[in-house]
Design a protein around this ligand. Sequence first.
Ligand code: MP5
Length: 216
Amino acid sequence: MSFCSAQLARVRPLWDRMLAHRFLRDTRDGTISDERFAVWMRQDYLFVEAAIPFIAALLARAPERHWEPLAGIITALGKELKLFEERAQAVGVDLRGAPPAFANHAYIQFLMATAYRASYAEAYTVLYAAEKAYHDSWKAVQAGLARDSKWYPFVENWAGEAFTQYVTYLEGELDALAEQAGSEERSRMGTYFELTTKYEIAFWEMAATGEGWPGG
Ligand code: MP5
């Protein structure tokens, strides 16, 4: 079994919990309040902004065959920020209306720490797991959300054909990196896969509850 298939099978209970999260279910059913959705928009806008230096840090360590694809991701992230800005303007949301919540802040620090301190294959594992998580999460939303919903452009972004192809490409590259890795590094890659899945769940939970910082 390939590395990615094995990891997805291993973390299946967590992955299913993520896909069944009430934030995704309520978005799919069109019952989520605008206020709740705006929490996610503000926080994910900050996350996507932070993903750009994460990819840039990965690029600096990448094998040559990954230079162009990683540069392409940075361009795509710039377009994604514009999608958030366009949707926010359409519904009157101030994207700069909140600082990063605890879960978001922690996830962003995890991305950067991984990019600088983990091996390239470990950091690439985090990239794949985060992208695959969003792909599958928005596919779950796509299963029920009306096409004329004001939130449908987000479905198109992460559940559309281009993103599916991109995630498939990442999967092939991560499987190849795992083949070259020794057993200890492969095991650490598995740990990063699971941690990223947990951060994804924490992110939906933060969006659903609107929680900021503990004790605050
Ligand atoms: C992604 C995201 C997908 N936007 N937010 C979280 C919390 N996880 C994953 O990443 P990208 O770079 O927006 O496709």
